[in-house]
Structure formats: structure tokens, C-alpha cells
Design a protein around this ligand. Sequence first.
Ligand SMILES: [Zn+2]
Length: 312
Amino acid sequence: MRPVRALMLMLCLAAAATVRAADAPPLFTLHEVGHGVWAATSAPTSKAGSNAGFVIGNDAVLVVDSFEDPAAARALLAAIHARTSLPVRYLVNTHYHLDHVAGNGVFRDAGAVILAQHSVRAWERTENLKFFGPGITPAQKAMVQAYVLPTVTYRDGVDIDLGGRTVLVQVMPGHTGGDSVVMVPDARVVFTGDLFWNHSLPNLIDADTAAQIRTNDAFLREHPDATFVPGHGEVAHAADVRAFRDYLVTLRQTITAAQARGEHGDALQRDVLARLKRDCGHWDYFGYFAASNITQTVAELAGHKRRPVPVP
Ligand SMILES: [Zn+2]
């Protein structure tokens, strides 16, 4: 380890704080990734279900995503209150998936306005039902249909002045068709939502992988020196974004090459899986998402993948 790296690691450890309930795995760990800019990263075993974060200005606080579990959202709100007495005025949902919106009510009740790309408002209580499968229980259905919706929506993005700093929210394509990136230019921090997963296989259930590759190329081109807060995985930098982008490229290319050899069905699935395992077998969620990444990308390349219908 080079000395500069050791120093950076020490600084990171000094700024990190772990939030956990008694005898439970940590809900999330806080990292100050820029002055007043915090990432809340959660491990795959955490009930928080995803990453979140917050940005403190001179006048107000903006939160990025609200976790899968309202208890984690309450812990995040408490962590914000421990650091500032400023009002929590905004919550941006990076997309509709339940692991990023289930805690919305906690921030609404604290006085925050919830913002998202305009389709998110329609999809949050409908498209999230599919994650429970055909055996969804009445209680699960009621839970999804009670999710608190964004009340301010935008087509392309929105700039939000927090006092002394402006946060830029920009719609970018790839993960669901309703994805927002939250940028803090003065701190060179980019919250990517699930457009980028750090050393983790992604959920591609709604993805347009060609668009998602283009979006990750844009991250690298436009923010080469940024600190990236992914939707899942640890705080990251350009090399990690490139590794994720390369995974998506490999996934598509390996499927196309297998099809060119005449493979399909189980044989294609087996050979592509073996190829992906070589580079990424140690990534988070490999066992959970690898098989569905292949079948969903086969469908996408064949042009018959079902994706959420954009709201006009
Ligand atoms: Zn997610």
C-alpha cells in the first residue's frame, strides 16, 4: 500500500460512522465524501436494502433515497439531526424501486418535499408489486400501495439551491427508464442511484443495458475525478465505474458470441455464466442476479423485454 493510499484510508475511517440496532448487522455506514456531503452505504445483508445519502447546505438539507426499510430511514434522519439543525427540505428518489423509496414517509413527515423523474410517481405503487412474485400477500400489496409518492416531478432534471451550494439533479437512461443522478459539483460527488453498482451485479429487470453503458461512459467522461456514491456497494471512483461498465459490455458480448455459435437455452446460460464468473464471481449478488442478468439481457437483445411503460 502506498503512503498516500494509507493516509486516504485513515481519513476515510476517521469520517466513517456505523449505525446499527443492538445485536443486528449495521443498517448502514456513513462516510463524509465531501464537506457536508454524506454517503450512507449498506451491505447486502442489511435491512436498509440500498445506499442513500444527504447534502447539507447553508439553509437546508437534501436527502438522496430513503432505503427499503422505514427503520433505516428513521436512523438516517436521526444521523442528519445529529449533524445539523437545518431543515430536511428535499428528498430525491433516484428511481421507483422499493429499496430506494420505502422510507419516503419518514422524510415527508419530517417536512421534506419528495422529488423524482415524472414516471416514478406512477410506477412506485404499481411496478413494485412484481418484486413479490405471483405469491404476493395482501399485506405486501397493501404496503406497496401505501408507499409515499413524490409530489414534485421533472422531465429532464432540476437544480436545487441549498444555500451556498447548488445540487444538480439530472435524468439519465439505463436502469428503469426513470433514473436520476444527483450531483454536488462543489464537492465533486455524484450519487448515481442504480445506474452504477460498485463491484456488484445489478438488478437488470427493467434495464436497457445499451443505454446503461452509455450512461456509465458519460460518468467517466464528465466526472473523471469524482467520488461516486453507487446505488449498491461501497463509495467508488472512476476505476470502479469502468469495471461495472465493462461487466455490462461483457454480458452483452458473451451472449451475442454464444448465439453466433448456435447456442441457446440451457447451453447458452451455462457458458455465459461460466464466463461472467471468471471476472465477477466474487462480486456482491453474483449468486442472486447472474442467471437473471443473462435471461433478461437475452430478451433485451431479442427485442422482447418487458420494461415499464413511460408515463406521457
Ligand atoms: Zn437498488
